[in-house]
Design a protein around this ligand. Structure first.
Ligand SMILES: [Zn+2]
Length: 466
C-alpha cells in the first residue's frame, strides 16, 4: 500500500435540494423552517459526506460491485465462512469530506398534504423546508489507496463516478437535489518517492489536490449520463385556461392596499412555478380515484383512517412511507414493522410557467344570512393568467403497467379540465388546457390505457368470483 490517490469530484446542483437536519431544532426555534438544512458549527450550510457516499454506493449496487468498492458487513453464507460468522469487508474508497459554495442563501419552501374528500389542505400537514439553491457547487474529496500507480480498482471507480447521477438529500421524487458531476481531479501521491512523501506530509486537507492533479473526468468533454427517461417519451404541454394560484405561504404588503396579498410560489430566478410536489400529489390522488372507481386495488395514501398500503401498484410507482404516528396511537406497544417505506419510481420536477401574466385578484366571502359581502372577509391573492407549462414526468426504474395506465388517464382528466391544480379549483382556477402535441399523445394512448384497466379487472374478477 504505497500510493494514495486523492480525488476531488466537483458537482453542481441542478435543482434545489439539501440534506435537512430536523434534529437541530430546539424549543426556541419556532421561526425556523421545520426542516432546516444541515449546518456546521459555524452556521454554514453543510453536506454530510455520508449522503453522497450513500448515493455512490447505490450506483455501485446496480453493477454488483457495491461490496468490492464500498465494503460491507454481512452474515456468512456458508461457502466462504460459516453462517454463524460475520464477514467484514473494508471499503477501499474513503469519503473524506465535502465543501459547499452557494450562489445565494438557502430558500424556504412550504408544502402541505391534500385531503382526498374535501380537496383542500389537510390540517397539521403544513411544513416548511430549507433548500440550497440550484447552481450550488459541491466539492467532494475521496481517497483510494492502491499498491501501485496504475490500478484496475481506481479505473473502475473513476468509471463509476462518470456514470453517476448524484442525488442530494430527500425529496428526490419531487425533483429536489438532482446534481451533475462536472469534473473529477486526481492527485496520485506515491509515498515511496521523496516528492510524494514530502507532498503528503507537508500538504494537507484540500491542498493535497494541487497543480499536479490531472483531470480524469470532464462532463463538457466526456459527456455523461443524460436526464432520466420520460414516462411518455415526450414532455407534456399545457396552457393555463383561466388563472392559477399556488401559494408560497408568503404575504406581500403593498402600500395603498387594505389587505395583504397572498404571493405565488416562485423559483430562484423569480419565475412562477408549479412545484414537483403539486404534480405528484394531484396526479397520485387522481390515479387512486381512477383505480378505485373501476374496482381495482389502490390505497388512499392520505386520509384519517387510511394511509399508504405499501403493496398496491401506486405505492410502487409513487413511493410510500409508514405512518408511524397512526401506528403508535393504534397500538403503542406493538413493534414497528421492519420496513418503513419505499422510494417512488416516478420523478416529478418543478415546472416554470412561461409567458404568464401575474395579476392581483380580490375575493370576498359572502354572508350566508344577509347576503352581500361579509365584513373583514376581503382577501387578495396573486394569480397567474395565460402562460404555458411543460411538465416532465420521469422515472428511474420501470413502473407497473397499471400505474402507467392510471397516470395517463389522470393526465387525460387534467387535459379535459376535470381536474385542477393549486388553490380555488372549485371557483374555476387551476384548470389547464392541453396543447396539440400532448392532446394527440393522450388521444393515441388512451384506448390502450383503458384496455389495460379492463384486462386487469377481468383477471381479478375471474380469480375471485363475487
Ligand atoms: Zn398502496
Amino acid at each position: 500500500m504505497s500510493v494514495v490517490h486523492i480525488l476531488r469530484a466537483e458537482l453542481e446542483l441542478l435543482t434545489a435540494g439539501a440534506v435537512t437536519a430536523p434534529e437541530s431544532l430546539t424549543i426556541g426555534s419556532v421561526l425556523h423552517p421545520d426542516l432546516p438544512v444541515a449546518r456546521d458549527a459555524w452556521g454554514r450550510p453543510y453536506l454530510p459526506g455520508t449522503s453522497l457516499a450513500g448515493s455512490l454506493r447505490q450506483q455501485a449496487h446496480r453493477t454488483g460491485r457495491e461490496e468490492a468498492l464500498f465494503g460491507n458487513v454481512r452474515p456468512g453464507n456458508g461457502t466462504d465462512a460459516p453462517p454463524s460468522e460475520t464477514i467484514v469487508v473494508a471499503s477501499p474508497v474513503r469519503v473524506l469530506g465535502t465543501r459547499l459554495e452557494l450562489p445565494q442563501p438557502p430558500e424556504t419552501r412550504r408544502r402541505t398534504a391534500i385531503d382526498r374528500h374535501r380537496a383542500a389542505a389537510r390540517p397539521q400537514t403544513l411544513h416548511s423546508r430549507e433548500l440550497l439553491p440550484p447552481e450550488t457547487k459541491i466539492l467532494l474529496w475521496l481517497r483510494v489507496d492502491t499498491p501501485g500507480l496504475e490500478s484496475p480498482l481506481l479505473d473502475e471507480f473513476v468509471d463509476l463516478l462518470a456514470a453517476w447521477r448524484p442525488v442530494v438529500g430527500r425529496g428526490r421524487t419531487t425533483g429536489h437535489g438532482q446534481a451533475l458531476l462536472t469534473r473529477v481531479l486526481k492527485r496520485s501521491i506515491d509515498l515511496d518517492s521523496a516528492d510524494g512523501m514530502q507532498h503528503w506530509l507537508m500538504g494537507g486537507g484540500p491542498a493535497l489536490v494541487d497543480d499536479h492533479a490531472t483531470v480524469v473526468y470532464d462532463h463538457a468533454k466526456n459527456g455523461g449520463p443524460g436526464a432520466l427517461p420520460e414516462v411518455f417519451e415526450q414532455p407534456l404541454e399545457f396552457r393555463i385556461t383561466d388563472a392559477l394560484h399556488i401559494g408560497s405561504g408568503d404575504v406581500l404588503d403593498r402600500p395603498g392596499r387594505r389587505t395583504r396579498i397572498s404571493a405565488i410560489l416562485r423559483d430562484h430566478d423569480d419565475l412562477p412555478i408549479v412545484p414537483g410536489s403539486t404534480w405528484k400529489g394531484v396526479l397520485r390522488a387522481r390515479c387512486e380515484f381512477i383505480l378505485r372507481s373501476v374496482g381495482l386495488d389502490a390505497c388512499s395514501s392520505v386520509g384519517d383512517d387510511s394511509g399508504p398500503c405499501g403493496t398496491c401498484v401506486l405505492c410502487a410507482a409513487f413511493g410510500w412511507t409508514e405512518r408511524t404516528r397512526a401506528h403508535d396511537q393504534a397500538s403503542p406497544d406493538a413493534e414497528l414493522p421492519p420496513s418503513i417505506g419505499a422510494r417512488g419510481r416516478l420523478v416529478f420536477t418543478d415546472t416554470v410557467i412561461r409567458e404568464g401574466t401575474v395579476r392581483i385578484r380580490n375575493h370576498v366571502a359572502l354572508d350566508r344570512v344577509f347576503g352581500g359581502a361579509r365584513d373583514e372577509a376581503l382577501y387578495t391573492e396573486e394569480t397567474i393568467e395565460d402562460g404555458t407549462l411543460t411538465v416532465r414526468i420521469r422515472h428511474d426504474r420501470d413502473i407497473p403497467e397499471l400505474a402507467r395506465a392510471a397516470l395517463l388517464l389522470a393526465l387525460d382528466d387534467l387535459a379535459a379540465g376535470r381536474l385542477g391544480i393549486g388553490a380555488g379549483t372549485t371557483r374555476g382556477q387551476g384548470t389547464l388546457t392541453v396543447l396539440p402535441a400532448t392532446g394527440h399523445l393522450l388521444a393515441r394512448e388512451r384506448p390502450a390505457a383503458v384496455e389495460t384497466l379492463r384486462r386487469l379487472h377481468a383477471a381479478l374478477t375471474e380469480e375471485a368470483p363475487a
